[in-house]
Design a protein around this ligand. Structure first.
Ligand code: KIV
Length: 281
């Protein structure tokens, strides 16, 4: 199937019991790989703050960063639905500002859906953005933009009262018109209840097997990230050491003068060389 996946297709996948695979990508080559791998959704996540830009968390990421990376991802993708994160403080100040920033992200990148972190407190904003024609994906549980408030990256919803709040938040996002909700780092039992109660798909990360889909960060899948390794990450490759080794081989060959070798060196034809020597001597 070459037609781009739509939010309606996600809905149909939920109802058919077909699991949804979402992977982050941040540039042209990573989006090509994710697309080639057959992911249903590419997320231009603000996790780029950590895995691409080297920040400690997602707080410093700007709308300019998202536009820059989002454009490259959209250029590389043909089939996957492209979802883009609204960075910290681009949707919390006022609904008008949120709508303006959602429009910038869509118009300047070509992505289809914006993702916002938060529950009932942002539901009115989600409602306005959706009413304006922009599809919204919600994100609850361990929402990285709230790292300061949470005091770190800890599992959410382990107390009954917190779990109940997560169910209410998911329902509020659905009522506001969200097309799907990411559930991050919450107990699987809570994710299962939310997935059963919602008619829109849930996409889990550290939220157990019962979600309608799963998401992982590209760099975590490939073992390109050496800093943070949350418990829920499954690494499907370990490419960082291989990359460092390959690049190290180049450095070593330059130093020992074995690169470039004869096969990669152009020579001047004899006649041209003679003329060149005459002129330069
Ligand atoms: O920014 C991101 O990569 C995310 C995923 C972890 C869901 O929001």
């Amino acid at each position: 199937m070459n037609k781009r996946i739509t939010t309606r297709v996600l809905q149909e996948m939920k109802h058919a019991g077909t699991k949804i695979a979402m992977i982050t990508a941040y540039d042209f080559p990573s989006a090509k790989v994710v697309e080639e791998a057959g992911a249903d959704i590419i997320l231009v996540g603000d996790s780029l703050g950590m895995v691409i830009l080297g920040y400690e968390n997602t707080i410093p990421v700007t709308i300019g960063d998202m536009v820059h990376h989002g454009r490259a991802v959209v250029r590389a993708s043909k089939r996957a639905l492209v979802v883009i994160d609204m960075p910290f403080m681009t949707y919390q100040i006022s609904t008008e500002e949120a709508m303006r920033n959602a429009a910038i992200l869509l118009q300047e990148t070509g992505a289809t859906v914006v993702k916002l972190e938060g529950g009932s407190e942002i539901a009115p904003t989600v409602q306005r953005i959706v009413a304006a024609g922009i599809p919204v994906m919600g994100h609850i549980g361990l929402t990285p933009q709230h790292v300061g408030k949470f005091g770190g990256f800890a599992v959410q919803g382990q107390e009954a009262i917190q779990a109940l709040k997560l169910v209410e938040d998911a329902l509020a996002l659905q009522d506001a018109g969200a097309c799907a909700v990411v559930l991050e780092a919450i107990p699987w039992q809570v994710a299962q209840i939310i997935t059963q109660r919602l008619t829109i798909p849930t996409i889990g990360i550290g939220a157990g097997i019962h979600c309608d889909g799963q998401v992982l960060v590209y760099h975590d899948i490939l073992g390109l990230q050496t800093e943070i390794k949350p418990k829920f990450v499954k690494q499907y490759g370990n490419f960082f050491p291989q990359m460092a080794q390959a690049v190290g081989n180049f450095v070593a060959e330059v130093k020992e003068k074995s690169f470039p070798d004869d096969k990669r060196t152009y020579s001047m034809e004899e006649n041209a060389l003679r003329i060149f020597n005459e002129k330069t001597n």
